[in-house]
Ligand binder design. Structure first.
Ligand SMILES: Nc1ncnc2c1ncn2[C@@H]1O[C@H](COP(=O)(O)OP(=O)(O)OP(=O)(O)O)[C@@H](O)[C@H]1O
Ligand SMILES: Nc1ncnc2c1ncn2[C@@H]1O[C@H](COP(=O)(O)OP(=O)(O)OP(=O)(O)O)[C@@H](O)[C@H]1O
Ligand SMILES: [Mg+2]
Ligand SMILES: [Mg+2]
Lengths: 253, 253
């Protein structure tokens, strides 16, 4: 097991799901054994990878509620033996209220992931646009956190709060949370705001800002409509090059 | 009092804050008396309208916690007598847990808004990318819900859940929730996905889909960086025309 990476940011629409899918599928194309876990009740990564929710018997919630073992929730892909996936559905949104007064409430996902982590080199966890119990579970279950930051005006606003949340988790669990890096997404070379956000981010977080920048690229947003990632949907696009560059950068860390 | 409009969608980054600000400021330029309430702990509409959070003594949370009266939280603008604003800060994120076992927990915002609603023609409420207690409070406090839908692949996925939540609120409160309309945002004429999302949305919701479509327009995303809306930042842009068209369409309803 190399890394369990939680892709997190409470700001909505910054490219969390897009990064989970492109990074996860990409690493599997590099023949790394990968598991992707959708831990967002919206279930966008479940749909984005091409799974029809109405055909699902089980989701990650069935595992959390003790109905099935985590191994029984794993979906495999005929065309890609290196990639496994655990889907999420709307049922997951009820989980936080069900465990709000349980002292172990932030360890549920970690306790499940620990059972299977040695079967994989990389596990990626998608989380919702919130700092709620689902995101806390994702952070605690992970070895690393990757933070997508949209190259737009509101991007930097919530980062201080996210950093505080990571510190709180460290104090509560006694374990350090490693920030794998900040990934600038939807960068538009035509706008000065993109450059400003990148510069500002680098001023605050210096080396923690990944060298790879993901450009705004329409091929990236078209790909999930075909149940694919941009890597296979439009392999010669700027979007595909950027995510390949990201994979190479993360493999070195 | 004409309408209390909650702009809601649990999908992140679809243009909720952008619509609240452009609609709110726009209506005030049409000389309607408007109040905007930021009910998202991210506080993006507070920053987007040009308020520096570090200078704030009070937020909507100070009112919810009983520290001050709602009238004391209202910020006025010298240059625009038709617009008032109530800011939000990170402190708001603690509110849901503080009232989780209170039978009145979904009426807190409504009880506050009812105290001042006759001072305004329009009240707009920004909510977070979640179907949590903050969004439920926003829906209950409102007379109408406006739902921005990004013209992208994941856009339609969460709408069924949002509709179910509105039905639940109706059953719980015994009051009908009026859907003012679905607003297609970030429409990109170059991509087929935009057209598909618009067609699909119209197939499901027919007349409830607003005629006005907001195009993807870089001026819209630049404006908040100057504490302005696109209406004053780039009044001749496609983005400004679209939001003016929206205002005219809503004034007729
Ligand atoms: N680099 C990019 N270029 C163009 N479009 C992109 C890019 N990255 C993501 N998108 C599109 O932007 C939208 C938001 O991305 P995505 O859903 O991955 O964000 P998210 O952070 O997971 O959102 P949420 O907060 O709702 O979970 C999607 O429609 C996606 O296809
Ligand atoms: N029509 C548009 N064209 C271009 N950019 C837009 C448009 N509408 C919004 N944006 C930009 O897209 C980003 C997301 O918009 P916004 O923050 O308003 O969404 P939101 O739904 O409020 O997000 P959240 O779910 O985090 O609250 C912002 O950077 C905003 O400036
Ligand atoms: Mg997502
Ligand atoms: Mg917002």
């Amino acid at each position: 097991m190399k890394k369990i990476i939680n892709i997190a940011n409470q700001k909505g629409g910054v490219g969390k799901t897009t990064t989970v899918l492109n990074l996860g599928v990409g690493l599997s194309l590099w023949e790394k054994k990968v598991l992707i876990i959708d831990f967002d009740p919206q279930g966008n990564s479940t749909t984005g990878i091409g799974i029809l929710k109405k055909n699902l018997n089980h989701t990650i919630y069935s595992v959390l509620s003790g109905e099935i073992n985590i191994k029984d929730a794993i979906i495999k892909f005929e065309k890609n033996p290196y990639l496994d996936f655990i889907p999420a559905g709307e049922d997951l949104s009820g989980f936080p209220m069900e465990v709000y007064d349980d002292n172990n409430r932030i360890y549920y996902l970690k306790n499940l992931v620990d059972q299977i982590k040695n079967d994989y080199e990389y596990i990626l966890i998608d989380s919702p646009p919130s700092l709620n119990l689902l995101t806390l579970n994702s952070i605690v279950a992970a070895t690393d956190v990757l933070i997508p930051v949209q190259a737009e005006f509101y991007a930097l606003e919530g980062l201080a709060q996210l950093m505080m949340t990571l510190k709180k988790v460290e104090r509560y669990t006694g374990k350090k949370v490693n920030i794998l890096g900040f990934l600038v997404t939807m960068y538009d070379v035509r706008t000065s705001i993109s450059k400003q956000v990148h510069q500002e981010l680098t001023r605050y977080f210096e080396k923690k800002v990944l060298t790879t920048i993901i450009p705004r690229n329409v091929r990236i947003s078209e790909a999930p409509g075909y149940g694919e990632t941009v890597l296979t949907y439009a392999p010669a696009s700027k979007g595909a090059f950027a995510y390949k560059e990201l994979i190479a950068e993360l493999l070195e860390k």
